[in-house]
Ligand binder design. Structure first.
Ligand code: PXP
Length: 237
């Protein structure tokens, strides 16, 4: 059965909106683990728009499942990962203007750059995952550059509007999970998964972990409003 890796970036986004201390993504990680998440994911972006260096340091201390550090494969980020030694590094493409990670990592095109950096991370005992489109060339390239895992990008599947297209994307995910596993890569998946579309992906053979953030934090905000409003009214009264 696939497990849930909870992405806590959006709690940090709310905190950064005011530049203060709350809400703290560390608290979100603890609550997420208490609720049953078996991994915590945080993306330290180059522009530090949500997760901060301090968050990663503290997460490394307090996460009791495993910490998945999402990052661009830059010199700066590799140095941070080598210092922190998270449970896993997931390499993602990063563009400053994007709202979230938009496409998969072009592993095939970046092989020369990625290989030595992945080797450094692996030497430190850190498993390395590449976040890629469900594409056979990217899977083969991920194996060549020394990744231990791939995270299949489910954004294409999540964005389709017809059943036929959805079935096509699901078939591609199934086929690519199989292909990755055959090459000795472990398989995770994520992006755009929500309460309506997650089940078929969770059933895909070889998929071990689903990384989900936006839909869970969005629902948390809504289902939490009743309690939060009542707590404030009680204090006002
Ligand atoms: N996996 C990766 C590599 C991501 O970049 C993201 C978004 O930060 C996710 C999973 C989670 O996506 P979502 O927030 O849409 O659930």
């Amino acid at each position: 059965m696939a497990t849930l890796g909870l992405n806590i970036d959006h709690i940090a986004t709310i905190r950064q909106a005011r530049g203060g201390k709350e809400p703290d993504p560390i608290a979100a990680a603890i609550l997420g683990e208490i609720a049953g998440a078996l991994g915590i994911t945080a993306h330290l972006r180059e522009d530090r728009r949500h997760i901060q260096d301090r968050d990663i340091r503290l997460l490394k201390e307090i996460v009791t499942t495993h910490l998945n550090l999402e990052m661009a494969c830059t010199t700066e980020m590799v140095a941070i990962a080598l210092d922190i030694v998270p449970g896993m590094v997931t390499l993602v493409p990063e563009k400053r203007e994007e709202k979230t990670t938009e496409g998969g990592l072009a592993v095939q095109e970046l092989e020369k750059e990625l290989s030595p950096r992945i080797a450094k991370l692996r030497k430190q005992g850190i498993p390395v995952s590449t976040f890629i489109a469900p594409n056979i060339e990217q899977i083969k390239a991920s194996a060549r550059v020394g990744a231990t895992h791939v995270e299949l990008h489910t954004g294409y599947y999540s964005n389709v509007t017809t059943e036929k297209a959805r079935d096509g994307e699901l078939a591609a995910l199934r086929e690519m999970a199989q292909a990755a596993s055959k090459l000795g890569l472990r398989v995770n998946a994520g992006h755009g998964l929500d309460y309506r579309n997650v089940a078929p992906v969770a059933r895909i053979e070889h998929v071990e972990e689903l990384n989900i953030g936006h839909s869970i934090m969005g629902r948390a905000a809504l289902v939490g409003i009743d309690r939060a409003v009542r707590d404030m009214i009680a204090l006002i009264a």
